[in-house]
Design a protein around this ligand. Structure first.
Ligand code: ADP
Ligand code: TZP
Ligand code: MG
Length: 276
C-alpha cells in the first residue's frame, strides 16, 4: 500500500460554503436511508436522521434487505452487533446499492477485535462502499495495523491515521471518513479536516454510528462523497458544539444535539472550521 499524505495546510471559505450547501440539498431531498445498524445505535441513528432532515428505515432481514435497497436513496451497513443473518442482509443491501449506483456507507465497528468482524468487513468491501466511516482505531485495523482499539473505542487519534486513511481510500477507491477530536475525510488525493464539537461527544454511545447514517443521507444528496461526508460531520460538529454550550453532561448533550440538528441553519454549518 502506498502512503500519500494529502496537503492539509490551507483553509478556504469555499470549502465551508460547499459543506453548508450539502446540508441544504440533503434537507430538500429528504433522502430515504436504509440503516442496517447495531442494536445499540438504532434509536439514536433513527432520531438523529429525522432531526437532521432525512428519512430513516431500519430494514435488515435478508428476506427484504435487497428489495428495500432498490428503493432507498442510500444504505448503511454497520457491523457493531453482527450475526450471520444480519450479515446476509447487509451483504445483499450493499450489493444492490452498488449495482444500482446508489451510495452505501460501511461502519466497521470494532473490526480489529474479532476474526468474524474482520472477515465480514472484507466481504462487505467487495461491494465497493462509497464511504467508510470509522474511528482512528478502526481505520488502522482496516489498513492492517492492529492494537489501536479497545473494543468499539479508538486508542489512536486522527493525526495518527491521516497517511493510512489516504492510502486506504486510494486503494479501495472510496472516501474514508475518520472521526475523533477532529474529523478527517479523504479520497486519497483530496482531504478535508473539520474542527470543533464538544469533548464529551465520545460519552454518547453510538454517536459514531449515527454519524455514519447521516453521512449516507448527505451523500445521497451530493455528487461528491468527499463533500457529502464532510457535510454530515460538519452538521454534527455544529450541532454538538451548540448543544454543549448548555448541556450538563452526556444525557442532556444527547437530547440537545437532536434539538439543535432540527433547527440548524446552513449558515451555522458554514461557520464550522473546515480545512483542506
Ligand atoms: N474528543 C472529541 N471532541 C469533539 N468531538 C468528538 C471527540 N471525539 C469524537 N467526537 C465526535 O463524535 C462523533 C463520533 O465520533 P467517534 O467517537 O470517533 O466515533 P465512534 O463512536 O465510532 O468511535 C463524531 O462526530 C466526532 O467528531
Ligand atoms: C457499545 C457497542 N457495542 C457494540 S456496537 C456498540 C455501539 C458503538 O457505537 P459507536 O461506534 O458509535 O461508539
Ligand atoms: Mg463506531
Amino acid at each position: 500500500m502506498t502512503s500519500s499524505r494529502p496537503d492539509l495546510s490551507t483553509s478556504t471559505a469555499t470549502d465551508s460554503a460547499r459543506v453548508a450547501d450539502v446540508v441544504t440539498a440533503m434537507r430538500a431531498k429528504r433522502p430515504l436511508v436504509q440503516v442496517i445498524t447495531n442494536f445499540v445505535s438504532m434509536d439514536l441513528a433513527a432520531n438523529l436522521l429525522n432531526a437532521a432532515g432525512a428519512s430513516p428505515a431500519m430494514v435488515h432481514d435478508p428476506q427484504e434487505a435487497a428489495e428495500f435497497a432498490g428503493l432507498a436513496d442510500a444504505v448503511v451497513a454497520n457491523i457493531g452487533t453482527p450475526s450471520p443473518r444480519w450479515a446476509d442482509g447487509m451483504l445483499a443491501a450493499a450489493s444492490t446499492a452498488h449495482d444500482r449506483g446508489s451510495c452505501w456507507v460501511l461502519d466497521p465497528v470494532a473490526v480489529g477485535a474479532t476474526g468474524y468482524r474482520h472477515e465480514l468487513a472484507g466481504r462487505l468491501l467487495e461491494h465497493r462502499p462509497t464511504v467508510i466511516r470509522g474511528n482512528a482505531g478502526e481505520i488502522l485495523a482496516l489498513a492492517g495495523i492492529s492494537g489501536a482499539s479497545r473494543g468499539v473505542d479508538s486508542a489512536a487519534g486522527v493525526d495518527d491515521v491521516a497517511d493510512r486513511a489516504a492510502a486506504l481510500a486510494a486503494e479501495l477507491g472510496c472516501v474514508v471518513a475518520v472521526t475523533g477530536s477532529s474529523d478527517l475525510v479523504t479520497d486519497g488525493t483530496r482531504a478535508l479536516i473539520i474542527d470543533g464539537g464538544d469533548p464529551r461527544a465520545p460519552m454518547i454511545t453510538a454517536l459514531g454510528c449515527a454519524a455514519t447514517a447521516l453521512v449516507a443521507a448527505c451523500c445521497a444528496a451530493c455528487d461528491d462523497p468527499l463533500y457529502g461526508a464532510a457535510g454530515a460531520l460538519a452538521m454534527i460538529t455544529a450541532g454538538i458544539g451548540r448543544a454543549g454550550a448548555r448541556a450538563d453532561g452526556p444525557g442532556s448533550l444527547r437530547w440537545r444535539l437532536l434539538d439543535e440538528l432540527s433547527t440548524l441553519t446552513a449558515d451555522q454549518v458554514a461557520a464550522v472550521t473546515v480545512r483542506s
